[in-house]
Every structure is written in structure tokens, then in C-alpha cells.
Design a protein around this ligand. Structure first.
Ligand code: ATP
Length: 208
């Protein structure tokens, strides 16, 4: 796939700490590519996310693990622009950069329901909503009945859709905690990611 030509018409953007990336992220990406008929999905490990208080694992490690996690998806391109950006990273800046590269594309921003609940706290969320559709994945059974938008003001301004995907209860927090207690949760990690974690001795101490 040639990602440099501005001919992509349906583009997904999926940001996250990916500390580490896991099977929930992969399931979300695969569901979105299929259901939204995406031409490309850009996966963007965050630099210094404004909404995360915990200090993240070194960006180079998160980037390397993210490449490994999505290696089975030919439409995924892992993009390091948020890591390279100085200061806090905001989705609106990333979306605007992609819009100038692909001016005619339709954009979908992928996220779990926990992030969707927080959406009206994002910087310039109205501008994001005016230029993209939010594609939301359930994180618990109750998210199927989308309560995550109930707290939103001006809900009608935001185009959203709920992805149809099996519920994956895995979280990076839980994975980090299990590794620090001596268990590698191989069922929730792709083999190359768990190998990477072992090789680099990541998550051996709990910081949560
Ligand atoms: P942490 O536990 O450290 O907060 P996380 O597992 O939520 O991490 P992030 O990297 O923060 O992972 O998530 C990136 C995006 O993927 C977010 O929008 C999040 O809601 C979504 N996501 C994470 N895990 C799942 C999952 N199991 N099912 C659906 N979406 C998920």
C-alpha cells in the first residue's frame, strides 16, 4: 500500500499510550478496518498525553512494541509524529496535519468507551467533531447501551458510532500489574510483544 499518495479516502486515527499494546487494541483496529472499510489506519503512540498522570515507558519501547502488535494488519501504519512533537500532544493537531495531507478523506477517530466519556474535555473537541466521526469500542458490557455520551453537552454535534466487536476486558494497567507480580499475560499479548517485554525487562516494577 502506498501511504504517501493523497488518495486514501477513508482514514482511521487511533491514538494511545500503548504501554504496552495488547489484544484489545488489536481487536479494536481489526474491527474498525473491516466495519468502516478503512483504506488506512494510522496508529499513533502518544508523546506526553495531557490526560495521563502516570509517567509512561520510554517512547522508543512503546513504538517498537506497537509496531510488533499491529504487524499482522497490512492497513495499519504506526506513525511516530505524536512522539516527536514537543510538549503535550492533542488529537486536534494530529487531525489537522492529516487533513492537510489528505484533504478529501473522511476521518474516523477510534477509541474505547472510557475515552469517549471524556471526549468533551479534549482540546477543541468541537473542531474534532466537525471533521471526524468517533468510532467507539465497548470496554464493559454496559457500554453497548451507549451511556458514554449521556454526560455530553451538545451531543448532537458529535458523529459517533459503536463498533461491533467482542468485549475485551484487557487493559494495559492490568497487564503491567500482572508482569510486576511475575506473570506474563501471554493470552493478551502478541508473542513478539511479550518477547520484547522480556528482552528489555519492562514492567518489572509496579508504578501504578
Ligand atoms: P491503561 O490501562 O494504561 O489506561 P489502556 O489499556 O486503556 O491503558 P491505552 O493505550 O490507554 O490502553 O488505550 C488506547 C485506546 O484503546 C483508548 O481509546 C482505549 O479506550 C482503547 N482500549 C484500550 N483497551 C481496550 C479494550 N480492551 N477494548 C477496547 N478498547 C480499548
Amino acid at each position: 500500500m502506498d501511504l504517501t499518495r493523497p488518495t486514501l479516502s477513508r482514514i482511521g486515527l487511533f491514538g494511545g499510550a500503548f504501554d504496552p499494546p495488547h489484544s484489545g487494541h488489536l481487536a479494536l483496529a481489526e474491527s474498525a478496518i473491516e466495519q468502516l472499510e478503512l483504506d488506512a489506519l494510522f496508529v499513533l503512540p502518544t508523546g506526553q498525553a495531557w490526560h495521563k498522570t502516570r509517567s509512561l515507558t520510554e517512547a522508543a519501547h512503546r513504538l517498537a512494541m506497537t509496531e510488533r502488535n499491529f504487524a499482522s494488519c497490512p492497513k495499519v501504519k504506526v506513525d511516530d509524529r505524536e512522539i516527536r512533537r514537543a510538549g503535550p500532544t492533542y488529537t486536534i493537531d494530529t487531525l489537522n496535519e492529516f487533513k492537510s495531507t489528505y484533504p478529501d478523506a473522511e476521518f474516523f477517530i477510534l477509541m474505547g468507551a472510557d475515552q469517549a466519556e471524556q471526549f468533551p474535555t479534549w482540546k477543541r473537541w468541537q473542531d474534532i467533531a466537525a471533521n471526524a466521526t468517533l468510532a467507539v469500542a465497548q470496554r464493559q458490557a454496559s457500554d453497548a447501551n451507549p451511556a458514554w455520551g449521556d454526560g455530553w453537552h451538545n451531543r448532537h454535534e458529535v458523529k459517533t458510532l459503536l463498533l461491533n466487536m467482542p468485549l475485551k476486558r484487557v487493559s494495559a494497567t492490568d497487564i503491567r500489574s500482572r508482569i510486576s507480580r511475575g506473570t506474563m499475560p501471554t493470552e493478551d499479548l502478541t508473542p513478539s510483544v511479550s518477547q520484547y517485554i522480556q528482552q528489555h525487562h519492562l514492567y518489572l516494577e509496579s508504578h501504578d
